[in-house]
Design a binder for this molecule. Sequence first.
Ligand code: 3NM
Length: 215
Amino acid sequence: MSKTEELRHSLKLYFIMGSQNCEKDPSDVLREAIAGGITMFQFREKGPDAKQGEERVEFARELQKICKEHNIPFIVNDDVQLAVQIDADGVHIGQDDENAHIAREKLKGKILGVSAHNLEEVKEAIKNGADYVGMGPVYPTKTKKDALAVQGTDIIKEVRNSRIDIPIVGIGGITAHTAGNVIESGADGVSIISAISQADSPLDEAKQLRKAIFG
Ligand code: 3NM
């Protein structure tokens, strides 16, 4: 399998979280999500309650260890320095974060994901060396307070209709009920925070999502 095809597969059920997204122990949430079948993980320790400094690094290492034990790629949100420090599998950066081009230089050989909200941003991300783009918010989300206007699945269709082949993952308010629509619109995968992290059973929720994605 080529590196891009491998990544396309890893993006299918992409779980994102930090301690601020969990009511239960985050390590347990991650273990359940992995047992339920997630295919990739992003460490996103963000916001006013986020862990800082050495505590944050140790927390990242703890979740990275769990991912490693199960061969789940571990991506760091928004922090190239941390990704290099702990030798993560890659970084995901937003449009406001460190410039994708600079991140690419510092992360040779690692996965680089970039958030994009329109066709222009997708093209720019490709030019800067992104390996995949995250597009959203597909549906209303309570998780990201500064999310842009809801886009539905149209933006993903538009990118695909432009014959752009970069792996795309949809984000924002996606649940087991809607994941199938996101894939049908042309996304390679779905990224999920609250549907899994806030579920009574992250294990069951991940299983339901897998069913919606893989059939
Ligand atoms: N980025 P949930 S929406 C982190 O639109 C993030 O770029 C978004 O969380 C974007 O699955 C979002 O709980 C939050 O809705 C996704």
